[in-house]
Ligand binder design. Structure first.
Ligand code: COA
Length: 258
């Protein structure tokens, strides 16, 4: 167990809880490092047949830690960005089905975290959004995966507006499997789905997931790498620094295109 990410095994289900509610479960370095270690740990434990990812408090995940990022120099900031990107992309490397139980705000990397899961369930009060262009960067992993998976309309709406959308709207647009009214119902629904999955043969579940991963890798090709190169040019722009400063100062950013 590591600080900010709780992992609890219940029968054949691994329950992973982002537990940093005072920062709305923003992706700190320790959270990312712990997430990155999980695929190998699950691979080695055939007893685990399904994973549920959820958040503590009012947020599922508020994305990258904008405060941590603001304090870093350029080289350290890029290392942090790469760490977050890798942690979010590697959610797809979990060797068993993963259920996102979205209990609240899922913004920026929070929406991407849900996107990397096999099932997306949400409480009706949850909201979603790719807010990155609003702080001067782009949601590289989400763009590539949304386009890869045929969600062009969703990508345009989320990426270019950087706005926040309700769970009901996200369900209408095909992003969510199911929306429920309360946190209790969300927990029960995720648990029932996980229990149903866990009745099945462990090797078959892992084989089915591997086939999905192979096809996803074929369709992604080197697009991620090329998108990262595009993204990298943004990280030290005046607009990106302004986006981070404006967030810390709780005011709207003033962008100048530099
Ligand atoms: N990184 C770092 N700190 C964050 C954070 C993030 N992504 N999201 C929230 N926090 C911090 C806030 O700065 C605040 O800190 P403070 O108490 O020291 O002021 C604390 O968490 C609570 O956030 P607050 O905005 O007061 O809570 P809220 O419940 O009113 O709103 C959100 C929650 C998630 C809607 C709002 O915090 C938000 O919009 N966060 C940014 C999300 C985002 O755009 N992420 C994408 C990054 S690329």
């Amino acid at each position: 167990m590591s600080i900010f990410l709780d992992c609890e095994k219940e029968g054949h289900i691994l329950r992973v809880t982002l537990n940093r509610p005072d920062r709305r479960n923003a992706l700190s370095t320790p959270i990312c490092e712990r997430l990155l270690a999980l695929p190998a740990e699950i691979e080695a434990d055939i007893d685990i047949r399904c994973v549920i990812i959820t958040g503590a408090g009012t947020a599922f995940c508020a994305g990258a830690d904008l405060k941590e990022r603001k304090e870093l120099d350029e080289a350290a900031r890029w290392r942090y960005v790469e760490l977050v990107d890798r942690a979010l992309l590697d959610i797809e490397k979990f060797p068993v089905p993963v259920i996102a139980a979205v209990n609240g705000h899922a913004l920026g990397g929070g929406t991407e975290l849900a996107l990397g899961c096999d099932f997306r369930l949400a409480v009706k009060d949850a909201d979603f959004g790719l807010t990155e262009t609003g702080i001067g960067i782009i949601p590289t992993g989400s763009i590539v995966r949304l386009l890869r998976d045929g969600h062009d309309a969703l990508n345009s709406l989320l990426t270019y507006t950087a706005a926040r959308f309700s769970a009901a709207r996200m369900a209408d647009m095909g992003f969510l499997h199911q929306v429920v009214g309360t946190h209790r119902e969300l927990e029960d629904l995720a648990r029932a789905l996980a229990d149903r999955i866990a009745q099945n043969a462990p090797l078959a579940l892992r084989a089915a997931k591997k086939v999905k991963q192979m096809l996803a890798a074929d369709r992604t090709g080197d697009a991620l790498h090329r998108a990262e190169t595009v993204r990298r040019s943004l990280d030290s722009t005046a607009d990106c620094l302004e986006g981070l400063t404006a967030f810390a100062e709780k005011r709207p950013p003033v962008f100048i295109g530099k």
